[in-house]
Design a protein around this ligand. Structure first.
Ligand code: FAD
Length: 305
């Protein structure tokens, strides 16, 4: 059986990423987790989610972009998404990755590219969430976020923290001072024990600590998880503290725990679904397999369909 770290190792193989993007055969395997190749398919998926009572966040799949010209294409794609959101009237914001905008080439390039998207989102009254990637870029991602947040409003740009990182509780306290809108998730990368808790129990405990800090802060945050224990702990804490359902949102990934997404929306919670699309699906897809290796069998069955 392939382990989580083996799958995450494969997720980082750039050659496999390019190989996978070229062969449409593989795309059939990914339909559960990825809305499609183009914006139109993502818009359609988001319309369906909106009809179910959920909002969304567009994610144009790409990361670790090593070519400055390609990062310009990523900016254009996001400007197009923001335009499409306004034209179609769908309820969605956008999620970006700084390595998609050139962070590994030059942090200034990533900042300038991200800024272009935030300018356009702010002008339209929309919101940009900066995803969090591996711990190698945690600090620079926070630094760029802080620069953007100093220029733009609370409701223009937000960030993500990962409860598996030992530093996250302190980061959350620090960012809440600004204040900042935070998405808390468990974290999806392969991290050494010096920086991340190796045991799920500690990751979950930290998640709940940070969730409580966020909910009590009075700012609108995203509680991103498919874990019923985390969701129930959030519901209980909000109820006990008299925090209204409108004061935060749950977030889940496209194709994962759809029934729970629908149920939470029906129960009156704000429910946002992260909708990835595009041809560079490989690393994202592999991280989803790593979270639940049983998904490999689900994917294999699709291959023979
Ligand atoms: C909206 C959103 C945005 C995210 N953004 C980031 C980010 O910016 N940076 C980052 O590092 N990570 C991000 N993640 C991923 C996150 O860090 C976790 O890897 C992922 O959510 C799995 O953790 P969990 O909280 O669902 O709990 P887990 O303990 O992993 O899972 C709990 C249960 O959820 C279900 N489940 C979880 N994952 C899957 C799956 N892949 N397939 C099928 N069932 C599954 C299973 O039933 C599992 O038992 C994001 C997640 C969400 C929901």
């Amino acid at each position: 059986m392939l382990t989580r770290s083996a799958l995450l190792y494969l997720a980082r193989q750039e050659k496999l990423k390019d190989f996978a993007a070229r062969f449409s055969l593989f795309r059939n395997l990914t339909t559960r987790f990825i809305a499609g190749d183009g914006i139109d398919e993502a818009v359609k998926a988001i319309r369906d989610l909106n009809a179910m009572g959920c909002t969304a966040s567009f994610d144009h799949l790409n990361e670790s972009v090593a070519n400055a010209a390609e990062t310009e294409g990523e900016v254009r794609e996001y400007l197009d998404i923001l335009e499409q959101i306004d034209q179609t009237g769908i309820k969605s914001n956008v999620s970006i990755k700084l390595t998609q905008f050139g962070l590994e080439i030059d942090p200034e390039l990533a900042y300038r590219n991200a800024r272009q998207v935030v300018v356009d989102a702010a002008r339209r009254g929309n919101f940009v969430r900066i995803d969090m990637e591996s711990s190698v870029v945690t600090q620079v991602t926070i630094d760029i976020f802080k620069r953007l947040r100093a220029e733009f409003g609370l409701n223009d740009v937000g960030i993500v923290l990962q409860s598996y990182l030992r530093r996250t509780y302190d980061d959350a306290q620090d960012l809440l001072q600004i204040p900042a809108r935070i998405r808390i998730c468990k974290g999806a990368y392969n991290e050494p024990p010096e920086v991340a808790f190796p045991d799920k129990k500690d990751v979950d405990e930290n998640y709940i600590r940070v969730m409580k800090l966020l909910l009590s802060s009075g700012t609108y945050h995203g509680i991103a998880t498919h874990d019923p224990n985390m969701i129930n702990a959030t519901i209980r804490y909000a109820r006990d503290e008299g925090i209204g359902k409108e004061a935060f949102e749950f977030q889940m990934l496209y194709g994962i725990r759809r029934n729970l997404q629908e149920q939470l929306a029906r129960d009156g919670y704000n429910m946002r679904v992260y909708v990835p699309y595009g041809k560079h699906w490989y690393p994202y897809f592999m991280r989803r397999l790593a979270e639940r290796p049983a998904n490999i069998w689900f994917v294999m069955k699709n291959l023979w369909k």
